[in-house]
Design a protein around this ligand. Sequence first.
Ligand code: CU
Ligand code: ZN
Length: 184
Amino acid sequence: MKNLIARSALLASAIALSACQNMPSNQLVNGVAAQPVLKSKINSVGDKPMPMGQMYLRPVEGGMQVFGKLMGLPPGKTVAVHIHETGSCSNMGKAAGGHFNPANKPHGHPNSQDSHAGDMPNVTADANGVAMLNFVNTDITADMSGANSVYRRAIIVHNGVDDYVSQPSGNAGDRIACGVIEKM
Ligand code: CU
Ligand code: ZN
């Protein structure tokens, strides 16, 4: 089970705490790391990649918080964001392969048990083309290896909406942006 909303108050307080105390990155708050341990610089796909934002991954109780900002989206547009299995953005993002799916599940709503580990909620751009993601994914880890590790996998942004139903990837359309998940 992934939990999109319920932990947000807890997360907000943890973030505020870490921000005002300027903690070293290995210090724990309520048993979890205060700072992100992985990041992904998101660029448009194609011959001339342009920066389109940054995502961070931070261990929290029960999962990984995936959060960050996307820019340069069509204003008001809702788009799909997933973790894909391969850490490559070449060939218009197609080299990233399918959704990260270590448990061999069907594609589905990210809050459902029956979903890929890489499934995450759609995001909607504001009037300036900026969209925020803040989601606790309980099916992934920030370990450097292991079945559920997302290190050296890829975050993909699509040009369409994930319907959370269609197989194998929610009918989310072409890949418009991509970032490999790296160490901070
Ligand atoms: Cu995708
Ligand atoms: Zn999926």
